[in-house]
Design a protein around this ligand. Structure first.
Ligand SMILES: Cc1cc2nc3c(=O)[nH]c(=O)nc-3n(C[C@H](O)[C@H](O)[C@H](O)COP(=O)(O)OP(=O)(O)OC[C@H]3O[C@@H](n4cnc5c(N)ncnc54)[C@H](O)[C@@H]3O)c2cc1C
Length: 501
């Protein structure tokens, strides 16, 4: 018989249990209200999908094939009217304060209809995530205020995130790689702010956003220690849009080139820079790494949800086809081989969903939105009238003490395991969800034969769209390495990932 003291010792010797049990640990703590709220989010997404997206998906894709320069303003306007650009901004920043994991379910739902349209909403939250990862509460509060105003005034205010450069994609997504990357977007410190010079490419939603969160570097010789994160508004002198990429999929969501020539950004729009870190006695490289971990852990869960949506959309299209098509004298859906394929596709989508749920649990336990999922705080903000939030909380968030407090909590107060877990699970979810999306699109085309290749069945578009997911937000190869680094080989100090010459 094993004794209780032996069990205690064995438990203490298995710290990796917490690496694989984010969900178990999180669900016992999470507020129950999140479940009903998520159900509501899914119901809203389904109505939006039916009323706004379904009639528009193929029309937009056809239009983009004919005129790649078209911008889908009509859709952005509609999403703004439905409140989707402030729905997942915390109430204390003037948003509607829906729980963040419910965003993934929303993205799955909308992506199951159209990845381009889902991106037009979801990518905005990649930028929201990136500003929150700096914990510069004053600037975050101002930027969120613009989104809210845009919703009130019916003038959509979207944010984009600009990290990728013409010759640095994977390199700028990993702190260990950035010093070897070919960095050219430079922010030079001048009196009262920074001057940016350089170009960013493939920036989703660039042309339809009002603000761009730009990750530049104060010194190209040592970028990892010189990250500067700035908010640049359309119309700022020295900032202009370049070309819009003509890509194989996700055509309705622009991927834009952003050009900076002697573009001055005042200090009050600088979210993070080496000077702030120096003043706070914080190591610049480590703070930059934390920024990437917080941002990508949350946004990769979202991209996984996009992939899951594609996997589900492909399954649903294939099932609908099999339910009405006769093959060899009986319905395709009643052939055993088709049932087996459909079951496999259903499983792919279900496991992909579990992967983003687990990544969200990791984030809820250790990451960006851990505070928002503490029961008393969750219910306090849920029921607090907006008038009181506006009168007392929003002004507090703009005081320097709020930034000091949150940075102490989130930049100084977290253990390395927290970052390992959120980054590892974010990567696992990203490649699991997006690989499932591509796999199911292939299977749907296979099952449907020539019908699957025709544009009016949507599946060929889904396949073109889903492929892009495997590349952005860090290629799936990079994410596999990151999972290996953070969790899979986390217990073996002799393993070196990203440290080769
Ligand atoms: C549709 C779309 C939307 C995008 N939206 C945005 C956006 O909003 N904001 C933004 O900043 N960027 C965006 N991107 C850019 C995206 O993040 C990059 O494409 C991605 O990081 C990969 O970089 P890359 O394309 O330069 O590939 P590269 O870095 O050139 O990689 C080429 C190949 O080499 C592999 N590789 C590279 N380095 C390593 C390494 N060290 N170890 C092992 N393998 C390696 C890669 O896995 C890949 O197979 C978007 C891209 C796409 C396609």
């Amino acid at each position: 018989m094993i004794t209780s003291s032996e069990i205690k010792t064995l438990c203490a010797q298995a710290p990796d249990f917490d690496d694989i049990a984010c969900g178990l640990n999180a669900t016992k703590k999470a507020p129950k209200g999140m479940v009903a709220e998520t159900r509501k989010v899914v119901a809203i997404a389904r109505k939006f999908k039916q009323e706004v997206m379904q009639p528009y998906t193929l029309e937009l894709d056809r239009r983009m094939q004919q005129d790649p320069e078209h911008l889908p303003w009509e859709f952005v306007q509609k999403a703004n009217q439905w409140g989707f650009y402030s729905m997942w901004i915390p109430k204390s920043f003037g948003g509607q304060g829906y729980n963040i994991p419910s965003l993934s379910y929303f993205l799955e739902e909308t992506a199951s209809e159209c990845l381009a349209l889902a991106n037009l909403i979801g990518v905005h939250y990649l930028a929201i995530t990136s500003i929150f990862s700096t914990w510069n509460i004053g600037v975050i509060s101002r930027l969120c205020g613009f989104v809210r105003e845009g919703e009130k005034n019916n003038k959509p205010c979207l944010l984009s995130t600009a990290i990728t450069e013409p010759n640095a994609g994977t390199d700028v997504e990993e702190c260990e790689l950035v010093d070897k990357g070919n960095i050219t977007c430079i922010a030079t410190k001048v009196s009262g702010g920074y001057v940016i010079n350089g170009t960013k490419v493939f920036i989703s939603n660039g042309h339809v956003s009002q603000w761009h969160i730009v990750i530049a570097y104060a010194d190209a010789r040592k970028p990892s220690e010189n990250v500067v994160i700035l908010a640049v508004q359309n119309g700022t002198r020295g900032f202009s849009f370049g070309r819009k990429e003509h890509k194989m999929g996700v055509k309705g969501c622009p991927a834009s080139e952003l050009i900076f020539k002697e573009c001055f950004v005042p200090d009050d729009l600088v979210l993070a820079d080496p000077e702030q870190h120096r003043k706070a006695k914080r190591a610049a490289k480590e703070t930059g790494a934390r920024f990437l971990d917080y941002t990508l852990a949350a946004s990769r869960a979202g991209v996984s949800a996009f992939g899951t949506g594609a996997a589900r959309g492909a399954y649903e299209s294939a099932l609908a086809f099999a339910l009405k098509t006769e093959v060899d004298g009986k319905l395709l859906v009643n052939h055993e081989w088709a049932q087996s394929m459909l079951a496999e596709m259903y499983k792919n989508a279900a496991l992909a969903r579990l992967s983003y749920a687990e990544a969200n649990h990791a984030n809820g336990m250790y990451g960006l939105f851990s505070l928002l999922q503490i029961k008393p705080l969750y219910y306090y903000f849920k029921y607090l009238p907006m008038a009181i939030v506006d009168k007392w909380i929003v002004p507090f968030m703009r005081l320097p003490v709020a930034t000091w407090l949150f940075q102490k909590l989130y930049l100084d107060g977290k253990k390395p395991e927290a970052f390992r877990r959120i980054a590892g699970w974010g990567s696992l979810a990203k490649f699991t969800g997006t690989d499932a999306g591509v796999k199911n699109c292939h299977m749907a085309v296979e099952l449907m034969g020539q019908a699957g290749l025709r544009q009016d069945h949507k599946v060929e578009k889904m396949l073109r769209d889903a492929k892009l997911l495997q590349i952005y937000e860090g290629t799936n190869q990079l994410n596999r390495l990151n999972l290996f680094k953070c969790i899979a080989a986390g217990q073996h100090p002799q393993v070196k990932v990203f440290e080769y010459e």
